[in-house]
Design a protein around this ligand. Structure first.
Ligand code: NCD
Ligand code: ZN
Length: 335
């Protein structure tokens, strides 16, 4: 039986939610990942040190094992220097959402006026707090990410020492930005390495494959596969696993978000094996993130085996990607 071992897998973009949902989904990530960058888009969003600390405690309380590190984030606002200094030790990054662009982002940035943002971004740069960005405009849905590239350029050139992470990139346009600016990095999800818009709405509409940013064209998928499979040194795995209750997905106003956390490593093995690139998966799923963020995660050794695995229909009312389908890798042991 073919096996593949991963050390300290990291998920650098994860939605864990709160309360009952947190208790449901956090153990699933903590089982197979050493750590995850936890997104702050709760209602209301995480926006001060006390909330970060309290949320981290709730995450840890929801996790049964002690070898999982929740790396915390703060919801971007135009914070001042004193505030940023007081919160810097509690967080790994700050996450910026354009206002209203995705789930629970209403309090985000409504104008990318660099002069208004400069005091905050300059202090973040000085304190070496990376800026994670949901890079979409409010334009036509297929063009939103590509349209956002000019804002990335503005940020990258105005703050050359600020680490800027283009979250969950979905386009060739974003891939092309990586080598243009030293301070631009990216996360890529597993679903964006598998899907195009055709899979979402080309046949019957698939609510469990609907997310922001929406999956794009075949040429975009190819560009993403190219940098992920080579484990481009500025690219990291971030699942953007975004659980919603089944009724919120299977409804006439389908919530955006794909739940992949419990099958992410299995699917990554499947993709990397298919392209004969399994040897690069370690960099993509851990080593690049360790270097980019300067983190040393808890030890964890995950061995996956190539054998059929039937994806559960749901996890306590949350339907995963590929529910009820059989994928070709399974987690064998976690030490
Ligand atoms: C995320 C969520 O549900 O919180 N949804 C999504 O489609 N990815 C928010 C986000 O990351 O955009
Ligand atoms: Zn997200």
């Amino acid at each position: 039986m073919k096996t593949h071992t991963l050390l300290m897998p990291l998920d650098m973009h994860l939605h864990l939610r709160d309360a009952v949902m947190l208790e449901n989904v956090a153990p699933l990530s903590a089982y197979s990942f050493s750590g995850a960058l936890v997104m702050p888009n709760l209602v209301p969003p995480i926006s001060n040190a006390a909330e970060v600390v309290a949320y981290k405690e709730r995450v840890l309380a929801a996790v049964p094992n002690d070898n999982f590190e929740p790396y915390m984030t703060l919801f971007y606002k135009n914070y001042d220097k004193t505030f940023l200094e007081s919160v810097a030790d509690e967080i790994l990054a700050i996450k910026l959402y354009p206002a209203g662009i995705t789930t629970n982002s209403e309090g985000g940035v409504s104008s990318f006026d660099i002069d208004e943002m400069r005091p905050t971004l300059q202090v973040m740069s000085d304190l070496q707090i990376p800026l994670c960005v949901h890079g979409e405009t409010d334009g036509f849905v297929m063009d939103r990410e590509a349209e956002f590239m000019s804002i990335y350029e503005l940020l990258a050139t105005n703050f050359p020492k600020l680490k800027i992470i283009m979250e969950h990139i979905t386009t060739k346009a974003a891939v092309d930005m990586l080598d243009k600016y030293d301070n631009l990095y990216a996360t890529i999800t597993v679903h964006h390495l598998l899907l195009t818009l055709d899979d979402v709405v080309g046949g019957m509409m698939q609510p469990h494959l609907f997310c922001k940013p929406i999956a794009k064209r075949p040429e975009d998928l190819d560009a993403l596969l190219c940098v992920a499979l080579e484990a481009h040194p500025k690219v990291m795995f971030g699942s953007d696993s975004a659980p919603h209750p089944q009724h919120a997905k299977e409804s006439c106003g389908c919530a955006a978000g794909i739940f992949t956390a419990p099958i992410a490593l299995q699917l990554l093995c499947e993709i990397f094996e298919q392209f004969n690139k399994l040897e690069n998966l370690q960099d993509f799923v851990s080593d690049n993130a360790q270097r980019i963020y300067g983190i040393c995660p808890e030890f964890k050794e995950v061995t996956l085996e190539k054998r059929p695995f039937a994806v559960p229909e749901n996890y306590n009312g949350v339907v995963p990607m590929y529910a009820g389908e059989t994928i070709s890798w399974a987690i064998e042991t976690v030490d």
